[in-house]
Design a protein around this ligand. Sequence first.
Ligand code: BGC
Length: 456
Amino acid sequence: MLRLSVLPGPPRSRMPEYKFPPAFAWGTGSSAYQTEGGWQSGGRGLSIWDAWSHTPGRVAGGAVADAAADHFGRWRDDVRLLHRMGVPYYRLSLSWARIMPAGVGAVNEDGIRFYSELIDSLLRHGIRPVVTLYHWDLPLPLQLEHDGWLSPRTAAAFVAYASLCFERFGGRVLHWLTLHAPAQHAVNGYARGEHPPGRTVAPTREPYLAAHNMLLAHALAAARLRKMQAARPTDQRALLSLGVHADWREALSGSEADADAAQRSMAFTLGWMAAPLYTGAYPPAMRAALGDALPSFTAEQAALLRNSSDFFALQHYSTLMVSRPNATFPPLPETSFYAAEGVRWHSTRGARKNSLGWDIAPFGLYKLLKHIDETYQPRGGIVITESGFPSRGDDAAPHEATRDTARVCYLKRQSALFHRAMGEGVPVRGYFVWSLLDAAEWEHGFGTRFGLVRVE
Ligand code: BGC
């Protein structure tokens, strides 16, 4: 696998220069399943994504990530690339199945050694690792034997795995993310059926249960880390958060009904994860619409959640317009996961689509940052832990593929927008471009490229 180009010098532009505070955390990232490969090397167990991608018809073009971007084999080169790019932070995820092949019990010391050497090498190169413990690649036995995230046993298994990682890598890793975008993981796996376990039998119930167990897994792991660090001086304690995915939802018209719809839509997406983290309960609009289909937190769990995040970890990609359903756009059928949200979505006016069909509407990031700050006033500020721009996976436009003009423009536009939010007092503390390398893009296989570095 050839790394073809490091982010080229951006085209000269007439954009003004923006100054960011020296401590601003610039970074890029990757995830284990999408990037590592080495699926049967070094004692790694199987994950739900291995089983899913090896099932014909599940991933576009039958693509499997057995080799992915061969980060497992070429990580030393990749660290050198990061060093040449000059990024001070790198977000990576650990493969749970590489560390604990069955998800529980036996520890694979070769897996620990792999990550240990990677982390040490990053640190030697002056790059600080931000480590995500779980980016959607559940060890397969936990799905087969425990029913995956539908069972609290998986949450308990996660806490044991997290504790092991805190023990083995703690001291060197000062920024942890427990789980990555639980709501997306739950909807894709338990309502849309586009990701494993591909369940569509109870789309108005199972996603809420799966996401609930993930939130509890996060809260319990956070409590464990706090306990393990209690004896350390405050300034030597690692910080921890949960990755929250949120698009921006803009009202389609100036009507009160559409403003209401936009607010509802934010509650059902951002609020689904963020409200429990900052208030200890799901948003009232979700509770009113879903009743008992939405699980509840005990007082003790709510307290753990409220104390679980040291900063707001935001993942953002796009913007949609929303309206109240009407005669032209009637409500969705009750059997749909999306019915309870009670809105209809529309393309963003004036926005073009990127190669994944998402609206290119960077203004949404600015509005989202303001909204998060006003609604949750997150302690520790906001780190945009993931945002990026996909280009086509084929080589139809070789110049674009190596020059990355559209991506560079998008990232500049975004930087200008979060800089503006910062100027207005929103505490944005960092920005991580997704992703370091072109990699396996889940159900799309290798059909799309997010990498700052092109991989052949
Ligand atoms: C995921 C990434 C993915 C990106 C683009 C994010 O939600 O975290 O793994 O590559 O979306 O689809």
